[in-house]
Write a protein that binds this ligand. Structure first.
Ligand code: ZN
Ligand code: ZN
Length: 714
């Protein structure tokens, strides 16, 4: 004889027990055995389905009950609608809505509240508004749903109007306003609402209210208000951890009150903070230049995302700690997350060293694998990275790998890269193609194309583009563009045009412009104009070592060695320090840096010996050392000796002995390559039959078979 349980007993004992444990098939078994399941059993069953995530079963059971003729209670209806909302099952939700209307059950506040909730969560604010308007009894809960919806859809005006109409407001209503305003960026309104809440009501703010208003303080840079909220928090015994701790750190870090921020973070425990607080703290330390503390914070993070990596790398870069930035970037390439365009541009700011080919290739390969290369930001940074690292071919491959999705930045990056590599014709061709397609050039694009014209000797084209920039594209020239034009005329022997252009400029020329004219005077041996340019230059610039060097070089080139010596003396008496020149080369993922006459390298003997052998060989090929450029008071042999020890020559000698034959050598130099090195490297490239790429302060030189891509103008 089977034991029969009453419905009441089943409801109270078995259903909840089974459904709580997620044993829904057992619960359903009990439910189906019930002689007359009532509303309580139905709701228990449906709640069980909802709690175990089986939304479809919940809805199906509900429909089945209605077809069987039972009238579900408000409570059941609201539970089912909630499950539709959680499942974003708007289609089924609408069906239930229709049914509920037919049954005449939609007018009550509890049902209306769940309908509102469902429609707003499913992204249908219009239907939500209609439901709200038609609701006979509007209570706090339905009003709150509507407030939240208005804020979420970016209509704080509607939210405020509704808020003012409300006769009764609870904590949720106030929180919707305070946090809604904050999230929409209306910090002042958010804080006003918060203080109104404290004045007009006896409600105690929740953690949510407090962290929202603190976040508004941070965004507004209101340190004092933030401190007041902090006092309130301490006075009222709130625990400082989680969202409140994070928000406080956000306030203090944003306002440079880093000691306070650190105090809070020690108090709440680093592991309790959110990523916004972390990044703010990190940024705060970086802003005041305390990279050690920033690194401490960074290292204490249990997991790093691309944002924290980028913040730390950029932080080192901003504080001039390039080698730290390099090390961390290497680590990121090896073990970190995939970098984004922001990381790359921070890295590119450090120096071209970082933008090494090996890294570029790794990032490139990962980007293809992970699909991140579809982002034009990453692709554009990669184009810049490759071209700065001296591999213009790789840059082109990235550029041409997609026909679609090229924005004006992609075009500009490619044009700038080609121009820096002295590929004048290609630059101009690409620029023309860009015009044809109808992509609008920016001021930076014009810098690229104008400098290409200058290097390639396209004087007329340069003039034409310059006019087009102003007249067709309405871009006002900046010092950069003027500089390009002075270069364009100067390099191509039109010294008078360059001088006229300089004098007619509507803005005061900077030192760079005069130095550029001086360099042209050196090339074309025009001593008179050099004197004039120097005189104008020293009027505006006394301590620019580049200016003195340009003048010295111009004098030396014209055979005026005594004048050159005078300039050097003047430089010393004015305490102008020559920036120390150094060159570096990457061999097997390591950078080797060389200074002039560098004795530090472990292989120095071998390097010096190699250079002196090469020296003899290239002299046999017709190379004439530029001994005149060396100080006068040493004998000829010593002069040649010191020329051999220039940093770029040492880097090349090292490259030759540490890489296999035919390997392209890539050298970076922080200053301009000197005349003697430029001439020597042309011979060396021919002698060893290798391509040697040197990137100096201004441009790339591709040395191959006895000549250089810059055609000796640089
Ligand atoms: Zn040199
Ligand atoms: Zn060159």
């Amino acid at each position: 004889m089977p034991i029969r349980f009453s419905t009441k007993c089943l409801n109270e004992l078995f259903l909840p027990a089974y459904s709580k444990q997620g044993e829904m098939s057992l619960a359903r078994h009990v439910f189906d055995k019930m002689p007359n399941p009532n509303d309580v059993s139905l709701t228990a069953m449906i709640s069980g389905y909802i709690e175990t995530g089986r939304y479809a079963s919940a809805v199906n059971l509900f429909l089945q009950m209605i077809w069987n003729g039972s009238r579900p209670s408000d409570y059941t209806i609201s539970k089912v609608l909630a499950s539709c909302a959680a499942n974003e099952a708007l289609t089924i939700g609408r069906k239930i809505h229709t049914m509920v209307v037919k049954l005449g059950l939609s007018g009550t506040a509890i049902v209306a509240g769940s309908l509102l909730n469902m429609y707003s969560k499913s992204g249908d604010p219009n239907t939500a508004s209609i439901v709200f308007e038609r609701t006979a009894v509007k209570n706090v809960s339905t009003m709150n749903s509507m407030l939240w919806l208005h804020m979420k859809t970016g209509r704080p005006d509607l939210a405020l109007a509704l808020f003012e109409q409300m006769n009764e407001r609870d904590l949720v209503s106030w929180n919707s306003m305070v946090s809604g305003y904050n999230q929409l960026g209306f910090g002042v309104e958010s804080l006003k609402m918060f203080s109104r809440m404290l004045e007009e009501t006896s409600l105690t703010p929740s953690k949510f209210t407090l962290s929202s208003s603190l976040s508004s303080c941070a965004n507004l840079g209101e340190l004092n208000l933030g401190k007041q909220v902090h006092c309130y928090i301490i006075r009222n015994g709130f625990e400082i951890n989680g969202p409140i701790g994070s928000a406080l750190i956000f306030v203090y870090s944003k306002s440079d009150a880093i000691t306070m921020a650190r105090k809070v973070s020690d108090q709440s425990g680093i592991s309790n903070l959110n990523v916004i607080a972390f990044t703010a703290l990190l940024d705060g330390y970086i802003k005041i230049g305390d990279t050690n503390s920033a690194r401490e914070i960074f290292d204490s993070l249990s997991s790093h995302d691309v944002v924290s990596w980028t913040a730390m790398i950029a932080g080192y870069e901003q504080n001039g700690l390039n080698s730290f930035a390099i090390d961390l970037f290497r680590k990121m390439v090896k073990d970190g997350p995939m970098m984004n365009g922001y990381t790359l541009s921070a890295v590119l700011n450090v120096s071209a060293t970082l933008a090494s080919l090996a890294h570029g290739k790794q990032i490139h390969a990962r980007g293809i694998r992970t699909g991140d290369l579809a982002s034009s930001f990453l692709r554009n940074s990669l184009i810049t990275m490759y071209s700065r690292a001296g591999s213009i071919d790789s840059a082109k491959r990235v550029f041409y790998s997609t026909n679609s999705n090229r924005d004006e930045v992609s075009w500009t990056s490619m044009i700038t890269g080609l121009a820096q590599h002295g590929l004048g014709e290609e630059t101009v061709e690409l620029f023309e193609e860009m015009m044809k397609i109808g992509v609008r050039p920016t001021d930076i694009t014009y810098v690229g194309v104008l400098s290409a014209c200058s290097h390639a000797g396209f004087v007329e084209k340069g003039r034409f583009y310059y006019d087009m920039m102003r007249n067709v594209h309405g871009i006002e020239p900046t010092l950069c563009h003027y500089g390009c034009m002075i270069d364009l005329f100067g390099r191509n022997g039109l010294l008078q045009s360059a001088k006229d252009f300089l004098e007619e400029m509507p803005i005061e020329p900077d030192a760079v412009a005069w130095v550029s004219l001086l360099s042209s005077c050196r090339i074309f041996k025009n001593i008179e104009l050099a004197n004039y340019a120097a005189e104008r230059l020293f009027r505006i610039e006394h301590s620019n070592s580049g200016a003195y060097l340009a003048l010295t070089n111009a004098y030396a080139a014209c055979g005026k060695f005594e004048d050159a010596a005078k300039v050097r003396k003047l430089m010393r008496s004015r305490h102008v320090k020559k920036e120390e020149g150094f060159s570096w080369i990457q061999v097997k993922d390591r950078n080797h840096v060389f200074r002039v006459d560098d004795e530090m390298h472990p292989q120095k003997d071998e390097i010096f010996k190699t250079m002196s052998i090469i020296w003899g060989e290239i002299k046999k090929m017709g190379f004439i050392p530029n001994v005149e450029a060396v100080l006068h008071d040493v004998d000829e042999e010593m002069k040649e000796h010191s020329l051999q020890r220039h940093s770029e020559k040492l880097a090349i000698a090292f490259g030759l002995i540490s890489t296999p034959e035919n390997t392209t050598l890539r050298i970076m130099k922080n200053l301009r390559v000197c005349d003697d090195c430029h001439s020597a490297i042309k011979f060396i490239a021919k002698l060893v039959d290798r391509e040697i790429i040197v990137r100096d302060e201004r441009r790339f030189h591709h040395f191959k078979g006895g000549s250089c891509s810059c055609n000796d103008f640089w």
